[in-house]
Design a protein around this ligand. Structure first.
Ligand SMILES: Cc1cc2nc3c(=O)[nH]c(=O)nc-3n(C[C@H](O)[C@H](O)[C@H](O)COP(=O)(O)O)c2cc1C
Length: 440
């Protein structure tokens, strides 16, 4: 499988021709500077920072000085939408002891974060981005004290083995427990609104609890089995938050569109493991009726098949396909989501791996309507200024792009705070010292 890096636009064109795959390209980037209507609000441009966990919160879940640093840098970078990293709403659902966790006792810390983001952006760019808080329950990947404490929706033939469920104590989430989460998410959404966020995301992706429920074909009771049962919890929370908070507060969903595992162990897939968009399409349309005002596209499980989730240059294993095939899949899924969502905007995914050629693919995707906004994950760690660079300088310098080296993930999996180990000296030095100590 080719590991050739994408050097620039010409090189991307050559590689696409070699592979005989189509990824759209537009050299005029103006469309990325256009404002996007989301519910009753508007973004200043069509570029978004995707959720990227820094694992640097305080023990009580409040944003720390490092969290403030990351979001200040995003704010000054000019993107029109900042979709925050995963924020837990119950302590047992934290993915690590430093995951952000919003609760009654720390609302002020989050409020300061929102105020600082908006002030920084106003001063640096003359506009404010929209801010969406991603609310989560980490389910199978919960590690609130640093040790695995999985809370699973059902036994999954593939994931149970990978999660080593035979070696750790785990909980099978009961219906009563899931019922209780409805109130927990409603309350967290209220706190987020009080803090000044423009909206919340009910995170439903990457193998975490709500995403796992979507493939809970073998779960008994009201939260499993047929389509209604498997989507019940997500839909009920979206409906309730929308009713509670009204139309001027955005309810969003970051939704897995394809798990990459065969049905009945994966969602959005045939029994052979190929993409089957029938249920994701139905759910997107239902969520629009339920009050969702924005979607964020994604796929795969970063703990099990990271190449589907974020094509990389080097990572845990050699992917079974060319990296650009993975990018094509993410763009294709984003486009299918936008089609199903109609007028409701979708933030698309699949750009960081494209390096300096990314803006031209993003511009084509927005221009041809296959997404309203282009979102960048790893690039925002490598170059938080990416939106300004694209909109004001008309390009990304090769020396500032993400190298898709998986260094940020390595830090996180080692239980450390995370950022870009190539472009950000703070994390580069941290990484080097951890390597010396044998900790990564
Ligand atoms: C270190 C790291 C942390 C991430 N944290 C989150 C997160 O908190 N929530 C989420 O939905 N996705 C998270 N993601 C996934 C990204 O948002 C994004 O979907 C993925 O990196 C692919 O986009 P990219 O190619 O632009 O990086 C994370 C990815 C990485 C590498």
């Amino acid at each position: 499988m080719s590991k050739r890096l994408v050097q620039d636009l010409d090189d991307l064109r050559l590689q696409l021709a070699d592979l005989k795959i189509h990824i759209p390209i537009e050299e005029d980037l103006a469309v990325l500077g256009q404002s996007v209507a989301i519910g009753q609000r508007r973004t200043p441009n069509a570029l978004a920072v995707h959720p990227m966990e820094g694992a640097d919160g305080e023990r009580d879940g409040s944003p720390s000085e490092l969290t403030f640093r990351r979001y200040r840098r995003f704010a000054a970078g000019g993107a029109g939408l900042l979709w925050t990293e995963a924020v837990a709403v119950v302590p047992e659902g934290r993915a690590n002891p430093r995951q952000l966790y919003l609760h009654d006792e720390n609302v002020d810390g989050f409020k300061q974060l929102v105020e600082e983001v908006k002030r920084t952006a106003r001063e640096a760019c003359g506009h404010e981005p929209l801010l969406i808080a991603q609310l989560t329950h980490s389910g199978r990947y919960s590690k609130p004290s640093g040790q695995p404490a999985p809370m699973i929706a059902y036994h999954n033939e593939y994931l149970d083995q990978a999660s080593k469920l035979d070696q750790v104590e785990y909980t099978l989430a009961s219906d009563a427990y899931l019922d209780g989460l409805i109130e927990a998410f409603r309350h967290a959404a209220k706190l987020a609104r009080d803090d000044g966020f423009d909206g919340v995301d009910i995170k439903c992706c990457h193998g975490y609890l709500f995403a796992e429920l979507l493939s809970a074909y073998h779960r008994e009771g009201k939260y499993g089995g047929d389509y209604q049962g498997r989507t019940r919890l997500l839909r009920e929370i979206v409906q309730k938050v929308h009713e509670d908070q009204g139309a001027d507060f955005l309810v969003g969903v970051r939704l897995n569109l394809y798990d990459g595992l065969p049905q009945p162990w994966g969602w959005g897939a045939t029994t052979d493991g190929e993409i089957d968009f029938a249920e994701p399409e139905r759910l997107i349309k239902d969520l629009v009726q339920d009050g969702a005002a924005i979607f964020n596209a994604t796929a795969g499980n970063p703990y099990y098949q990271p190449h589907i989730n974020r094509p990389y240059t080097s990572g845990g294993y050699e992917p079974p396909e060319d990296r650009l095939v993975g990018i094509e899949r993410l763009l294709h899924l984003s486009g299918k989501m936008q089609k199903a969502a109609g007028e409701i905007p979708v933030v698309g995914v699949g750009f960081s791996y494209l390096r300096a050629a990314a803006p031209y693919v993003a511009a084509a995707a927005v221009r041809d309507g296959s997404m309203r906004m282009a979102g960048f994950g790893r690039l925002s760690f490598a170059n938080p200024n990416f939106a300004k660079d694209i909109l004001e300088r008309g390009k990304l310098e090769p020396s500032t792009v993400c190298t898709a080296c998986s260094g940020c993930t390595k830090l996180m999996r080692a239980g450390q705070i995370t950022g870009c180990i190539v472009r950000d000296p703070y994390y580069r030095d941290l990484y080097r010292s951890l390597v010396k100590q044998g900790l990564v």
